[in-house]
Design a protein around this ligand. Structure first.
Ligand SMILES: Cc1cc2nc3c(=O)[nH]c(=O)nc-3n(C[C@H](O)[C@H](O)[C@H](O)COP(=O)(O)OP(=O)(O)OC[C@H]3O[C@@H](n4cnc5c(N)ncnc54)[C@H](O)[C@@H]3O)c2cc1C
Length: 386
């Protein structure tokens, strides 16, 4: 049996970046993906400055910028009164990063780009339609079993998403909880920037139902918007996805009746969970296989890519301290991704009127104070925790 240095399981954005980084460092890599094509459902797009730095190291940045939208600012709004509360500007991060902005590029574009990069390398192989069903390991190697074959490697990176087969095969607990509500993503061509005067990334608080509005380029690069909402806890999936409810939700974010058509709907369960361990023997967990969080703030995928990069850098050296991966990355995820996304969600859904106004005041004061503005962005962009 041919033995590789690394087998990566899962060709999502994290697995493809992990595989490309390992291969560019000279390791012999195979990437296994159960689906026959890359999943292009609307999920992550917000790419933070430290992630852009990694994509530059991997030679992907020009294409990434070309296929996305550069967004320097993000805004907080009070949705019911249509009031802009505060604006934060990544330009304040000049000097801290070569990329003082975020880029809105859909995650399937990143996965496709990284796969194209892998296909150009002689030491990398991509196998689509190859589902991993289990693994065995000893002190010397790991054997990965797919539905058709067994493959051997020095190390395995499990980047197979929130329901990770690799994590389950290792019997690692996924500690945390699932929120009772789900998140609905409505994709529309309605131009919120023109209609509301907002920017490309907006967080709109409302005690009854919040909305986040993001512009992405779309595959045709013509631009479209994603409006993300929480559902009611007692709302069924069918109800949330019904045309009537979707149009009503668009009306609540000030879309006029004649413009309430939409292109696409997605409903997601939302979790806050972290694997009890990020490594067992020669197998590592990375990205959503290691942790999941609510998407408010655009941190989940970004932290996964930082892990992929760290791990590839450890695996390329013969005598690395491989334990440092979990020692470093697990607390970073808890402190900067879990805590921050939970706080972001609470800020949007605050119900008590005095507390809402206090939160708005705090945001405005922070935005008006140059030092606190920058400190907030250092954390929100993951520059503090890369
Ligand atoms: C609505 C929404 C918006 C989001 N927005 C953002 C954002 O703006 N910024 C951000 O940072 N994050 C965001 N996220 C989170 C982000 O989408 C995830 O963190 C990201 O998809 C994780 O990537 P991954 O590669 O780890 O896992 P996945 O994207 O889930 O990829 C896992 C891959 O593994 C494959 N696989 C699974 N099992 C097997 C198996 N047994 N064998 C072989 N292959 C297998 C799957 O088919 C899949 O291709 C958002 C999420 C949602 C739901």
């Amino acid at each position: 049996m041919q033995r590789r240095n690394v087998i990566v399981v899962g060709a999502g954005p994290v697995g493809t970046v992990a595989a490309l980084a390992c291969a560019r460092f000279g390791l012999n890599v195979v990437l296994l993906e159960e689906k026959s094509r890359i999943d292009d459902s609307p999920r992550a797009s917000t790419t933070q400055p430290p992630t852009l730095e990694i994509l530059a190291e991997l030679g992907l940045i020009d294409e990434y910028l070309r296929l996305g939208l550069v967004s320097r600012t993000f805004q907080f709004w009070d949705r019911p009164s249509r009031r802009l509360v505060a604006e934060f500007d990544f330009d304040r991060l000049k000097g801290e990063t070569a990329y003082p902005f975020v880029v809105q590029t859909e995650q399937h574009k990143l996965a496709s780009m990284a796969i194209a990069g892998l296909r150009k390398l002689g030491n990398a192989e991509v196998r689509m339609g190859s589902r991993v069903i289990g693994l065995e390991q000893d002190e010397t190697q790991v054997i990965i079993k797919t539905e058709d074959e067994a493959l051997a490697a020095d190390y395995v990176i499990g980047a197979d998403g929130g329901r990770s087969t690799i994590r389950k095969s290792l019997d690692i607990e996924f500690e945390g909880y699932t929120w009772p509500e789900r998140f609905l993503v409505i994709t529309t061509k309605f131009d919120f920037q023109a209609a509301l005067g907002c920017c490309l990334r907006n967080y709109m608080a409302d005690p009854e139902e919040w909305t986040n509005l993001f512009k992405v380029a779309g595959d045709d690069l013509k631009g479209r918007w994603r409006a993300v909402y929480n559902t009611r806890e007692d709302e069924t999936d069918d109800e949330a996805l019904s045309d009537k409810a979707v149009r009503a939700r668009l009306s609540r974010v000030h879309v006029p009746e004649r413009s309430r058509d939409y292109l696409h709907l997605n409903l997601y369960a939302v979790h806050q969970r972290v694997a009890k361990s990020f490594r067992k023997g020669r197998v590592f967990l990375c990205g959503d296989a290691a942790h999941v969080n609510n998407p408010i703030g655009g941190l989940g995928l970004n932290s996964g890519i930082h892990e992929a990069w760290d791990l590839a850098n450890l695996l390329k050296e013969r005598n690395s301290d491989l334990d440092s991966y979990e020692r470093r990355r697990r607390p970073l995820n808890i402190k900067y991704v879990q805590e921050q996304t939970i706080a972001n969600k609470k800020r949007l859904e605050e119900k008590e009127p005095a507390a809402r106004e206090r939160r708005f005041r705090e945001l405005k004061e922070m935005a008006d104070d140059p030092q606190r503005h920058k400190a907030f962005l250092m954390r929100a962009s993951l520059l503090l925790s890369q």
